[in-house]
Design a protein around this ligand. Structure first.
Ligand code: NOJ
Length: 545
């Protein structure tokens, strides 16, 4: 296996940009493509290989671009098609590939297809969407939209309902229709021909939905559709694909990321992300992370997919709170905690993803109600009010779980608006930018930013990061996350104190035998003690018997 050429994305590090909040070049308060281009050198310094760009297609922006009205054009908010071509070319010069976020489960209700579809039942585009006959106030069933209310919207002129798993402005596409599927494949090929490096597929596990059976995810035809997409678009190309699949299990992930290339490169799996959600409160409230389960879940994905699939590695994205605030410490030990989480993630097998600002240890935002912008948040507030929660409880819930925690502007410097925009930012800048910003961290060799830069370089230097077998150690230890990665000649030991108290290192003295490849503190400590959130990577030669 080691001699076979591996696809580029197995040794890549991918950086996610939420363009709206990354860098604003034209002063309208909204990040844009010229802004991204202006920061390519920053990303080159960090050492990443590809950028996953959240959607920049033409869109009414009901769900910040996850409602696409033209898949072949750029929304004027973000720039032009020429800007996109320039981004692809400028990134390529720096060895960076651009991964587009394709939202193919649903479109915008302002997409030409939907405007046609709702004209009449016999319009050729009608069957691109999911319609059911009915009567007003009697939806076909009780399925709910993820953004609140019924998943069915009544269109009086047709005497029909259409199905939408997200907002009413995001009608679900009908994947059962072969013509629709071909249309989507053409769009993917069109972008591939323009030079993009791959695709993130939004809610890929919803493609096989069967609303009559109330099936949202992992429907019976799902993998058939993905295999078709793969053979129509991906086969024989270098394109990387990552599907967002909240329902993925190690079993289904082996299909999705089958090394024979029949489906996708990998999926985002969320088992580890769901562990601290309060039962019955979905993503509205968190409980302390059940640490032993966290280790067990991540370990299981590592071992199950070894040689039989491929993992994505991530803690954050534009839908999730910031990891230091969520699982660690965004106060006294913020820096130590951010570094530990980086080491823990980068030591595992898979393709690591960094969400913008994670490399600075950016934190959640303690905003007032009027500072929020997300459609998901508005629904969140409505639901909590209806359930009788008071304003204080609602605010606490938003501070800890809302999607806007990750959508605050990127903190570039101490300049006004954190250097993000010369105008009025579309969403408030987190006031902690005076302490937490890229300029300060690039100048400080002990910063979180330098920790990420170093880890990226280490992964490139030592192939064991890519191919080593994972083994969880100290399974029952309540504070330490430790594992080894072993290939034919090298063994790594990744040792992380997951909490803010200093503790004895139970692996001492064996672990002190290797070379200390990385330590998350600026100075050396006693090998038998781990300081708060301390993380280390040891390396030693390994001989198979
Ligand atoms: C998942 C995306 O990550 C999220 O931001 C979006 O709201 C939904 N899919 C709907 O497209």
């Amino acid at each position: 296996m080691n001699n076979v050429a591996q696809p580029w994305w197995k040794s890549a590090v991918i950086y996610q940009i939420y363009p709206r909040s990354f860098m604003d070049a034209n002063g309208d308060g909204i990040g844009d493509l010229p802004g991204v281009i202006s920061k390519l050198d920053y990303l080159t310094d960090l050492g990443i290989n590809a950028i996953w760009l959240s959607p920049v297609f033409r869109s009414p922006q009901d769900d910040n671009g996850y409602d696409v009205s033209d898949y072949r054009d750029i929304d004027p908010l973000f720039g032009t098609l020429a800007d996109m071509d320039r981004l692809i070319a400028e990134a390529k010069k720096r060895g960076i590939r651009i991964i587009l976020d394709m939202v193919l489960n649903h479109s915008s209700d302002e997409h030409r297809w939907f405007l046609e579809a709702k004209k009449s039942r016999d319009n050729p585009y009608h069957d691109y969407y999911i319609w059911r006959d009915g009567k007003p106030d009697m939806p076909p069933n009780d399925m709910l939209s993820s953004f609140g209310g019924s998943a069915w919207e009544w269109v009086p002129a047709l005497g029909q309902y259409y199905f939408h798993q997200y907002s009413v402005k995001q009608p679900d596409l009908n994947w059962e229709n072969p013509a629709l599927r071909q249309e989507l494949y053409q769009i993917l090929r069109w972008w591939a021909a323009r030079g993009v490096g791959g695709f993130r597929l939004d809610v890929v596990d919803h493609f096989g939905k069967e609303p009559d059976k109330k099936i949202r995810v992992a429907g019976p035809r799902l993998h058939e559709y993905i295999r078709e997409l793969s053979s129509e678009v991906l086969r024989g190309t270098e394109l990387v694909t990552v599907g967002e699949a909240w329902s993925a299990t190690p079993e289904s992930a082996k299909l999705y990321s089958n090394p024979d290339g029949s489906e996708l490169s990998m999926v985002f799996q969320f088992k580890h992300i769901k562990l601290d959600r309060m039962p019955g409160r979905e993503n509205r409230a968190l409980v302390p992370l059940p640490f032993l389960q966290f280790k067990q879940v991540l370990g299981r994905w590592q071992t199950e997919l070894y040689g039989r699939g491929w993992n994505s590695l991530f803690w954050e994205n534009h839908d999730l709170p910031r990891c230091v605030s969520r699982w660690g410490d965004d106060g006294k030990y913020r820096v130590e905690c951010a570094k530990m989480l980086a080491v823990l993630l980068f030591g595992m097998q898979g393709t690591p993803y960094i969400y913008q600002g994670q490399e600075l240890g950016m934190t959640n935002a303690d905003y007032a109600l009027e500072d929020y912008r997300d459609i998901g948040v508005f629904n969140h507030i409505r639901e909590m009010r209806a359930d009788g929660f008071n304003e204080e409880e609602i605010l606490y819930s938003l501070h800890t779980t809302s999607r806007d925690n990750a959508r605050t502007p990127m903190q570039w410097s101490t300049a006004e608006n954190a250097g993000f925009t010369a105008g009025k930012p579309w969403i408030r800048v987190n006031p902690n930018y005076l302490d937490i910003n890229a300029a300060a961290q690039q100048a400080d060799p002990d910063s979180v930013w330098h920790c990420y830069q170093k880890l990226i370089a280490l992964r490139r230097q030592h192939p064991v990061f890519q191919r080593g077998y994972f083994e969880l150690l100290l399974e029952k230890d309540e504070a330490i996350f430790a594992y080894t990665r072993t290939d034919a000649d090298t063994q790594l030991l990744v040792l992380c104190n997951f909490y803010g108290e200093a503790i004895d290192n139970p692996l001492y003295p064996e672990n002190a035998a290797g070379e200390l490849l990385f330590v998350s503190y600026p100075n050396i400590s006693e090998p038998q003690r781990l300081r708060p959130y301390e993380a280390r990577i040891y390396r030693k030669p390994y001989k198979t018997e």
